[in-house]
Design a protein around this ligand. Structure first.
Ligand code: BDR
Ligand code: CA
Length: 301
């Protein structure tokens, strides 16, 4: 079973990714970061998921803002709570620490992969504190960026756009990096059929996930005019737990920090003339969406 640390900003899809990760991996810890919602909310949401799962995975709170500038949140997608209006199980859990970076550094081991599904602030701070950290872990699998369309801007994806300087530190660090960007995650879409299947199952995670999708689909009607949503963050978990479901290619990728239209864009070298010997990332291009959706749903039931 893979051993993971999940760095996250729950977030509807982060919550699903956390459940999936606990079903198919040993989650040695969770670190939270400001992103979809303020840090206090994302940390509370991560704790909520551990309570729902009845696991003792510790949550370490992390960065309250990006390396540069002010925090960016995604209330339009996730609500001000980060999880919209979903019901919250009662619990008394509190974070194990407010030192996510210290935890990331201390927990490093050759068999640990960090699945990063929010802005990359905590990871960049870990690398800035100890550049050798990246050689002491198996790698990092991120949901972030895109080899194509953006969402926060025309060309920038939210997790990268929310902290481009941090993303640049990670992409330039020499770590073994897998990138599940929007070009991939848009292939894995939930719809009301998924919610209906979950409603037929009398289990806490199924009830919770049905509410998550219902809430998210409602928001997508306003945003996109349809009741379906891309299941972004679980893709970065699947890249570690079910790599056979993804088609991945080595590419040179860097993060645009200066462009007036392109800040936060992951610039992927797609030139066919390149031999790829300068690749610093494994970029995911295709996912077997029907099979991936079954794995995700099975983990929720
Ligand atoms: C990413 O941004 C967040 O809204 C989601 O949780 C996901 O990590 C998609 O761009
Ligand atoms: Ca996220």
């Amino acid at each position: 079973m893979p051993r993971l640390i999940v760095d996250c900003d729950p977030g509807h899809d982060d919550a699903i990714a956390l459940i999936l990760a606990h079903r198919h991996a040993e989650v040695v810890g969770i670190t939270s970061v400001s992103g979809n919602a303020p840090l206090e909310a994302t940390t509370a949401n991560a704790l909520l998921v551990t309570a729902l799962l009845d696991v003792d995975t510790q949550v370490h709170a992390g960065a309250v803002k990006p390396l540069v500038g002010e925090p960016l949140h995604a209330a339009v997608v996730h609500g001000v709570t980060g999880l919209g209006e979903v019901e919250r199980v009662e619990h008394s859990r509190v974070p194990a620490s407010d030192d996510a970076v210290g935890f990331l550094l201390d927990a490093a081991a050759p068999d640990i992969t960090v699945v990063a599904i929010g802005p990359l602030t905590n990871l960049a701070l870990a690398i800035e504190r100890d550049a050798d950290w990246v050689s002491r872990i198996a790698g990092i699998s991120i949901m972030g960026g895109s080899a194509g369309v953006g969402n926060a801007t025309r060309v920038a994806e939210f997790n990268i756009f929310a902290d481009p300087e941090a993303a640049a530190v990670v992409f330039r660090s020499g770590v073994r990096l897998t990138m599940c960007g929007l070009n991939l995650t848009h292939q894995l879409q939930t719809d009301d059929g998924v919610t209906e299947r979950l409603r037929r199952v009398d289990r806490p995670t199924a009830r919770f996930a049905a509410q998550i999708f219902d809430d998210l689909h409602g928001r997508m009607v306003t945003l996109l005019g349809r009741r379906s949503a891309a299941l972004h963050d679980p893709c970065a978990v699947l890249a570690v737990t079910h790599p056979h479901l993804l088609t991945i290619e080595p590419r040179a990728v860097d993060v645009e920090l200066a462009g007036s239209l392109t800040r936060g864009m992951t610039v992927v070298d797609e030139r066919i003339s390149r031999r790829r010997d300068d690749a610093n990332a494994e970029v995911a291009y295709r996912i077997d969406a029907p099979a991936a959706m079954e794995v995700v749903l099975d983990s929720l039931m």
